[in-house]
Design a protein around this ligand. Structure first.
Ligand code: BMA
Length: 816
């Protein structure tokens, strides 16, 4: 196989202007214009509105390339475009090569007949996606989301790129993935289906291979080489002649792959080569994690379970929802992607849902999920809208898109489930679609309940197909119920219910629920000038896409906290509030893990700087929620279920082995005077959740405002976790200046912070001004007489003295 890479420097032109300008591929019109200083940064202020014209224009990309005799001597030379976004016509040396209209498809055209030795010219014309969908939608309107450019569902392009309730209206245009020439002779690998068969003797890795033979009757040989996670090699060979063949290796001492927190993630490398006369014609390499996986759906006292079971062990899915990490996806670096997935793993997450309003993610995303042990709930790319499933041409494109992506991803250890769409089953049942769009219901029904499951059954019978998130698996019935299937719960947030409402919910699997916060102040600074630092200023509301979301945050905030004294305190409180809300829900569902099998909060990440439900902002900064996730998703969870004067303490274990430890509890005044205390010694069974302590504390009104209940868990002399509950809302606590003291020392490249206080300090926030460090914990409580020790890596160029100077500490007391 010969290759010619065609990424790098190109030129581009606005079709109605004559100027050719330098471009970068992969890339897009917006980022190319930005690099040239021709448009303002659309993420700043409201400049998004000033660049709307970009996606309303047609554009051309072009480059020349030299073809050598070697490539030309191949029998077939393909132009391979891994991704064109979206309406593209491809021309080589003046000849039309092909047309593209689905950004999720890899296009592959045999272009040998149009190539010549020496310099060749490649042009790709992109038609305006906005004009295309606007025209279609004005002929026949399709229901969609109100924050988006209307008509998006007509085009196979990431739905959120038209705008969403957290995303800007900035549909990119361009060559968004790799592009190259590939030359083949004799034969090439058409398709491989990697399978793993778990038996008593070990695990068999089997490759089911389709060969495209270019010349008849050629004798081809397949060679499979397996490298173990430790680097040892196991090889096997076999000869095949036909277009189809199988090759396999039995691994006797197979090391199993586990979700994060349940074991290791050993990955075997499988390398498959296609040879003729000793020459390698084509090859493919994949990394394989060996595990069994099923979604256990068994009748029980509450209905039907929905539990992911890996290697026979039921997993409580701890995770969040993933959205595209960049509005302009080609800007996302390997480093940023790694940071996001690693951050998910560092907060003990073991599942991400690739939500159906984005795209089938890049291979790198799944590489990282395999590596960190993150299971993937993969939606197909349909979300919250009516799609033209009655159009055969549309369905044909979708078929190609889904076939390619299932083939690309089905070998992944991390991939856990295929889901038809996001919230469209709900749309029919609850959003009035039956009345407003009834003519589309049959096509929807056919596609998501028959056609698509049929394709999945053929392409990947090893995985469950789930029609929609949420769904009860019965078309148009109880799609968001608590008896069968998954659920989305939005009454807290959209419905303005208090966080306590989470405790009335017992879904079988909670795949979405969320609460917003502002991003950290350093992120706000990137889009709002100081004069706009006000929750209801025009710019702050421009960077808020969920209706009156800023008002919702304030309302919920004043239920819990006192009015913040300034903007900085508002930002801090909004993050603490979000963390508290999601903690409240997750702790409840984890306590009920025998009934609820997972929680995926909405949402892990952001695609631009904005107020949103994310725990990691656009720059990857950890909000208070992400630190809270590290606590509420810990393998052994300590949670206090406070109910007025009653305090119940629970332990919930996701450990596959027994756990022994001590639970210390105490009733203390805010300034640290012990009222009552005790210890419980606990033996927890593997995967058990249990109430370990319960007591009513009868306090009068004054005492309830000046007393809190604390609990901590200990193993040997090590404190593993601590938690605090109040008898009144935080706003009514009689907090005084906690007099926080911090000692900073150095230990193995880390700065170590030892904090003490003379009165309760709630939600203590540490910051190193000007540096994005991740602390081992943040937004924690410090109770008097009890030292809290946290650390962070020392950023390059800083020493302990400069860290002391840059350290700022605040707590709830300072917010009002
Ligand atoms: C759910 C998601 C998204 C949305 C989020 C917040 O509906 O599926 O569509 O962004 O809630 O409203």
């Amino acid at each position: 196989m010969h290759q010619l890479n065609l990424t790098g420097a190109w030129q581009f032109q606005q079709v109605d202007l004559s100027e050719w300008m330098p471009a970068t591929v992969p890339g897009g019109v917006h980022t190319d214009l930005l690099a040239l200083g021709k448009i303002p940064d659309p993420f700043k202020a409201d400049f998004e509105l000033d660049v709307q014209w970009v996606a309303q224009k047609d554009w051309v990309y072009q480059r020349t390339f030299d073809v050598n005799a070697e490539l030309l001597s191949d029998e077939q030379v393909f132009l391979v475009c891994d991704g064109l976004d979206t309406l593209a016509d491809v021309v080589i040396n003046g000849n039309n090569v092909g047309h593209a209209e689905d950004m999720f498809i890899q296009y592959r055209w045999d272009v040998k007949q149009w190539l010549h030795a020496g310099t060749n010219e490649l042009k790709i014309h992109f038609a305006s996606p906005v004009n295309y969908v606007t025209e279609k939608n004005s002929a026949k309107t399709l229901l969609g989301v109100s924050q988006a450019i209307p008509g998006g569902p007509y085009l196979r392009k990431a739905p959120c790129q038209w705008g969403w309730d957290w995303g800007p209206m900035l549909p990119p245009i361009g060559i968004w993935k790799d592009i190259r020439l590939e030359g083949y002779s004799q034969a090439r690998i058409q398709e491989v289906h990697w399978k793993q068969i778990h038996g008593d003797n070990g695990v068999t890795i089997l490759a089911d291979v389709e060969i495209a033979t270019l010349k008849k009757k050629i004798a081809c040989e397949l060679r499979l080489r397996i490298t173990t996670p430790q680097g040892g090699e196991i090889a096997t060979e076999s000869v095949i002649i036909a277009a189809h063949g199988q090759i396999s290796v039995l691994l006797q001492d197979a090391q199993l792959w586990w979700p994060n927190g349940y074991g290791e993630q050993p990955l075997y490398e499988a390398n498959l080569e296609l040879l003729a006369d000793g020459n390698v014609l084509d090859s493919q390499s994949v990394k394989l994690g060996l595990r069994t996986l099923e979604v256990r759906r068994q009748p029980d006292e509450w209905g039907e379970s929905f539990t992911f079971v890996v290697n026979g062990v039921p997993i409580f899915a701890k995770g969040s929802n993933w959205i595209p990490a960049e509005s302009f996806p080609t800007r996302l670096t390997h480093k940023s992607m790694n940071h996001l997935i690693r951050s998910a793993a560092e907060s003990h997450q073991n599942m991400l849902r690739v939500w159906g309003g984005g795209f089938y993610e890049d291979n790198l995303f799944y590489d990282l999920c395999d590596q960190y042990g993150i299971l993937v709930w993969q939606d197909m790319i349909f979300s919250c809208s009516i799609y033209p499933h009655d159009d055969e041409q549309f369905n044909a494109s979708v078929k190609e898109e889904i076939t390619q992506n299932v083939i690309r991803l089905r070998h992944r250890a991390s991939l856990a489930l295929w889901c038809g769409n996001n919230e469209m089953e709900m749309g029919w049942e609850f959003w009035g679609w039956m009345q407003r769009a009834s003519e589309h219901q049959d096509a929807y029904d056919r596609f998501f309940h028959k056609t698509l499951p049929g394709w999945i059954a053929e392409l990947d019978p090893s995985r469950l197909y789930w029609p929609s998130s949420p769904s009860s698996n019965t078309p148009f019935k109880n799609s968001n119920g608590q008896v069968v299937g998954d659920a989305h719960y939005w009454d807290v947030w959209h419905g303005r219910k208090p966080f306590t409402a989470y405790r009335n919910q017992y879904p079988r699997f909670m795949s979405e629920f969320g609460f917003q916060s502002l991003p950290p102040l350093d992120t706000v600074k990137t889009y709002a000038d100081k004069k706009d630092w006000n929750m209801t200023s025009y710019i702050m509301e421009h960077h808020q896409r969920s209706g009156s979301g800023n008002g919702l945050m304030i309302a919920q905030m004043t239920d819990t906290f006192r009015m913040p004294k300034d903007f900085q305190s508002l930002v801090y409180l909004s993050m603490v509030l979000q963390a508290e809300g999601i903690r409240y829900g997750v702790e409840h569902w984890r306590r009920n893990k025998n009934r609820v099998s997972g929680t995926l909060y909405w949402q892990l990440n952001d695609c631009w700087p904005v107020a949103s439900w994310s725990s990691l902002d656009y720059f990857g900064r950890w909000k208070a929620l992400h630190y809270a996730a590290r606590r509420f998703y810990a393998p052994v969870l300590l949670s206090i279920e406070e109910q007025g004067s009653l305090m119940d303490v629970h332990l919930t274990s996701d450990l596959n082995e027994a756990w022994r430890g001590a639970v210390h509890w105490a009733l203390i005044t805010l300034d640290g005077i012990l009222q009552e205390a005790g210890v419980e010694y606990v033996n927890l069974d593997p995967l058990e959740s249990r109430k370990v302590f319960s007591k009513v504390f009868n306090l009068d009104s004054k005492q309830s405002r000046s007393t809190v209940f604390v609990a901590s868990i200990w193993q040997a002399s090590q404190q593993v976790a601590a938690s605090l509950a109040t008898f009144v809302p935080n706003k009514h606590l009689e907090l005084v200046d906690p007099g926080l003291q911090v000692q900073v020392t150095q230990e193995d490249g880390n700065a170590v912070f030892s904090l003490t206080s003379r009165s309760l300090a709630r939600f203590v926030e540490l910051k190193l001004e000007g540096y994005d460090v991740i602390f081992s914990d943040n937004y924690f409580d410090v109770t008097p007489e009890f030292k809290v020790v946290v650390n962070c890596p020392i950023p390059e160029g800083l020493d302990i003295e400069s860290i002391k100077q840059k350290l700022s500490i605040t707590s709830l007391y300072n917010s009002f």
